[in-house]
Design a protein around this ligand. Sequence first.
Ligand code: GRF
Length: 188
Amino acid sequence: MAEIAVFASGNGSNFQAIAEAAAASDHSVCCLICDQPGAAVLRRAESLNIRPVLISYRGKTREEAEKEIIGILEEYGPEFIVLAGFMKLISPLLLDAFPGKIINIHPSLLPRYPGTHAIERSFDSGDKEIGITIHQVDSGMDTGKVLFQKTYRRTGHETIDEIETIIHGLEHKYYPELVLKLLNSNNI
Ligand code: GRF
């Protein structure tokens, strides 16, 4: 039985998929850390009975904001941190507090298309194979060690909306699966 903390900034569909999978397992999500007031993910956390914690980075250095986050996490002692659409880079302060224990999902086949608008950029590229990547987090932008990738082979007839639905479907299936697998093996 392990606790995980999820960090998210926006919609929170991956947060919800992970929280629901954890609730059906021996593990649990101890809290949601969010940096954006009004983000939909805050309401999702409330309806799932998970504590939503808003930590704004506005007017603070990244380290100052992360110190506040570490203070919250110390209340729970989570074993893993799962980033799910969290739009901030993580500094060595937080990385060193959870060495090798922070993972992220990205909606492209890294190292292709790191950063924002990865689905649109994958779509526009014309690449035959697109997909998702789950990786360990380091201080770079989507640069940590790859743990898992899932490919979707395009027919060439999909619209951008269909591709988005397909990519999010892969995320919602494989991210919770991998998180639970890592928790069960206590090994990332
Ligand atoms: C996902 O596509 C994820 O891969 C990326 O940000 C998006 C978050 O979506 N890092 P949601 O907030 O989980 O719905």
